[in-house]
Design a protein around this ligand. Structure first.
Ligand SMILES: [Fe+2]
Length: 297
């Protein structure tokens, strides 16, 4: 997971080195001792992760599995109405289970066979340069905890439902996986914070909240839309502008609420062209000019 959306759960480390996830008092799992224990155990396992190994096994509880069963079924139904064809086909190919919460390592192996991408566990906040940079290597850094089962249709932070059903499904499609890699390579060659932030904002309005037109309808492919039960049903009623890079990297957004402005491409190939042109054109020198005037698209 990238830095956006992580502020809800900062981490502290005790004198003995044990990490603790801080949940705000209004977090659905804040008063659930077992849930907090699992969150801390998942964090500790991620911190102990050795690159190159499969993601650590997580002991999901019966409530966690029930939560997954519920959200998996509900999102699946919405995807048939609101997700683009490529996403539904990728979902079919990926074949995520309906009856139990999957292990990140298992999903990672399946995606690897389809597109070469893989998941590794994210141990807390991942700096943006590192998060996007590792995409170039076909690596997506993901959380392994699941939202609290008391509110299965909502998560105040990106959880494994977001990572696996949102990003994982897109990464099971070769075109989208290639575009994730392209974003990674682009960030790798940039040095200024301003330019990296511009790519991050572009990612936000595409890989997280991207929409394309299909058969006259707006269809979602962005991971945040795909993993949000409520927002999927409402995104067609917000302002959806034609894709415009300058607007996308300058418009205000708040990751804690439904997005009031989205951007759409006319087709996947139109989106591919737009992201390719952006990634080829952006540089540490050009970013200032781009913020001032419309240069692309
Ligand atoms: Fe995300």
């Amino acid at each position: 997971m990238s830095q956006e959306g992580q502020s809800d759960a900062p981490i502290s480390v005790g004198d003995d080195g044990t990490p603790t996830v801080f949940l705000n008092p209004d977090h659905p799992g804040s008063s659930d001792r077992d849930y907090r224990r699992r969150r801390n155990a998942i964090l500790a396992a991620a911190q102990g992760y050795t690159p190159g190994d499969p993601a650590p096994e997580v002991e999901y509880s019966l409530d966690d599995h029930e939560c997954w069963r519920f959200i998996r079924k509900e999102l699946d139904a919405r995807h048939h109405t609101y997700a683009c064809t490529a996403i539904n086909e990728a979902s079919e190919a990926l074949g995520l289970p309906y009856d139990h919460a999957p292990q990140l390592r298992t999903v990672s192996q399946k995606i690897g066979k389809l597109t070469g991408f893989g998941f590794v566990p994210a141990a807390g906040i991942v700096p943006v340069e590192e998060f996007y940079g590792t995409l170039a290597d076909g690596i997506f850094q993901a959380t392994q905890f699941i939202r609290h089962s008391s509110i299965p249709l909502f998560s105040p932070e990106p959880d494994m439902v977001h990572e696996i059903i949102g990003h994982g499904t897109a990464l099971a499609d070769k075109k989208f996986a290639d575009l994730y890699r392209l974003v990674g390579r682009t960030v790798r060659r940039l040095e200024t914070k301003e330019a990296v932030n511009a790519v991050s904002r572009f990612f936000w309005f595409t890989m997280e909240y991207g929409v394309i037109k299909e058969r006259g309808e707006m269809m979602a492919f962005g991971a945040s839309l795909l993993s949000s039960y409520g927002e999927l049903a409402e995104f067609r009623s917000v302002e959806i502008r034609p894709i415009d890079v300058r607007e996308m990297i300058t418009v205000d957004y708040n990751y804690e609420q439904y997005q009031p402005i989205l951007f759409h491409a006319e087709s996947i190939s139109h989106f591919e062209d737009a992201i390719s042109e952006f990634c080829q054109s952006i540089s540490d020198d050009s970013i200032g000019r781009l913020m001032e005037s419309k240069v692309w698209v």
